[in-house]
Design a protein around this ligand. Structure first.
Ligand SMILES: *Cc1c(COP(=O)(O)O)cnc(C)c1O
Length: 481
């Protein structure tokens, strides 16, 4: 399998070439030249396989996309990633029935209690493997307001050839998030608490990455959500969810996905393109509804920082959706012509006009890709958390609540609706309490998994720095691998 850029650069690259990269040289995102199609016999074989081992299902799917890692090595890496010890259950992403045709697929039982572990844990294994094979090392630089940073650190801790420098806004993460990141004892993990807000952290990452000489010299890399390997890892659990919610491959299901940067649901789109019988992909946003607006109207209008709301489902607080370009390229036909048009939209119109509108014919094609969308507000979120607890006795987090709310607007009789659980409620205890306040019933306490109880009391390792790229560079120089 070879990979091309969404913006028309015809150079084809192998998986290992794009693994450690971010954007393609022409500014586009990488996608496979074509999607492998899964026939009925393969789907039947995978159903049997998935019943026994998530890792073996993952291996089958990944090997269709990875041509340059020997089979035995890939199998070993995947088996080392998806274990009951790391993800808490034998199923890895267990599906539970809530009521009627409504199901919940747990993607958040990994080390940081959010679905980003599903991909990041594999990325840690792949990066370590590929760097060793090349005799290289990497200094990963990132900015986080919570979830991504801790998922990256838990995936990369102790990995040979890798150091992680993670910037976060000093004193602004939740106490639980701070404890999660700062208590890691591993020597290759470097927490930098920046005296500023999240945007300052992001600006510093940009400034350091734009210094090409520094970037080359210190082997600076990223693990952001546009990384193709992350997206690919996420394709697997759509298959795993489908097999658990159905008895035969003649059935179809829908998935509802709490969305921000469009990474998670884009993996569902890839699974559907491969032939997984997905009826609808239900995209749920919070008050930051840039994607809901696009799917309803055909206009994509990224927001400014000032227009971006701080909500109670913070991991979906995005101003633009960094993976979204991948879907548009597919919508436009996934060929050279689509590349030229994607370039005109994302490379030109976006910078010139701050947004774009696709044509009516292009917009009409969206239905054939299964996408529908909706939006959820703070009040909707609280009602969904309460309602799900009262009806199904399952406590969900705020992001999953957004997914449940929008899912309820797109139910089709006879088609199971699988809502993806993207985080555990323990991470958002204050909003859970708010959802039950004044209801005359005691708020159920979110359960903290055994491994994370008491982490607030562990010693912390972090360095406080002013919001100054030059000082961050000096810190990297003195601590880098
Ligand atoms: C990152 C995240 C999301 C959004 O996922 P995307 O892939 O960016 O669409 C939703 N919920 C939680 C809990 C997250 O951490």
């Amino acid at each position: 399998m070879k990979y091309l850029s969404t913006r028309g650069d015809p150079t084809l690259r192998g998986f290992s070439d794009i693994l450690l990269e971010g954007l393609a040289p022409d500014g586009g995102l990488y996608l496979p030249a074509s999607y492998p199609k899964v026939d009925a016999a393969t789907l039947t074989r995978w159903r049997a396989l998935a019943a026994n081992s998530y890792a073996d299902l993952a291996y089958e799917i990944l090997s269709l996309y990875i041509g340059d890692i020997p089979a035995a090595d890939l199998q070993r890496l995947v088996r080392a990633t998806y274990t009951e010890a790391v993800f808490g259950t034998r199923e890895i992403t267990p599906v539970a029935q809530l009521e009627g045709g409504l199901y919940l697929q747990a993607l958040s039982n990994g080390p940081t209690l959010a679905f980003k572990d599903m991909a990041m844990q594999l990325l840690g294994q792949l990066f370590e493997y590929e760097l060793a094979r090349r005799g290289e090392h990497l200094n990963i630089l990132g900015a986080t307001s919570g979830d991504t940073g801790s998922a990256a650190e838990y995936a990369m801790r102790g990995k040979r050839g890798i150091h992680v420098f993670m910037l976060s806004p000093h004193g602004r993460m939740s106490p639980f998030q701070q404890a999660q990141m700062f208590s890691l004892p591993d020597a290759n993990i470097h927490n930098i608490a920046v005296e500023g807000v999240f945007d300052d952290c992001q600006d510093i990452v940009k400034a350091v990455s734009n210094d090409l000489e520094f970037k080359r010299r210190w082997k600076i890399g990223t693990v952001n959500s546009i990384n193709w390997a992350r997206l690919l890892a996420q394709v697997v659990y759509y298959f795993a969810g489908y097999f658990q919610a159905t008895k035969s491959n003649a059935e179809r299901v829908s998935f509802a996905v709490p969305s921000g940067n469009f990474g998670n649901i884009c993996a569902g789109h890839v699974a559907r393109m491969m032939g997984l019988p997905i009826h609808r992909l239900v995209l749920a946003t919070n008050e930051n509804d840039v994607l809901d607006e696009f799917f309803r109207t055909g206009t994509y209008r990224p927001r400014s920082t000032a227009e971006t709301h701080e909500t109670s489902s913070p991991s979906m607080d995005i101003s633009k959706a960094s993976n979204f370009e991948r879907f548009v390229f597919d919508l436009l036909g996934h060929d050279a012509k689509a590349g030229a048009r994607t370039k005109a939209l994302f490379g030109e119109a976006l910078a010139r006009d701050g947004g774009f509108t696709i044509t009516r014919e292009e917009h009409a094609r969206i239905a054939s890709f299964g996408f529908v969308s909706g939006k959820s507000t703070h009040a909707d979120r609280l009602a969904a958390i309460r309602g799900t607890w009262q009806r199904s006795h399952r406590l969900v987090d705020t992001h999953t609540a957004d997914g449940l709310k929008v899912a309820s607007e797109h139910l089709d009789a006879g088609v199971p609706m699988i809502v993806l659980e993207t985080a555990l409620p323990a991470k958002f205890a204050a909003t859970i309490e708010e959802a039950f306040a004044g209801q005359g019933v005691p708020a159920p306490a979110p359960e903290v998994p055994a491994g994370l109880r008491g982490i607030e009391k562990l010693p912390r390792r972090f360095t406080v720095l002013p919001a100054d790229a030059a000082l961050v560079k000096r810190h990297i120089e003195t601590h880098a691998g």
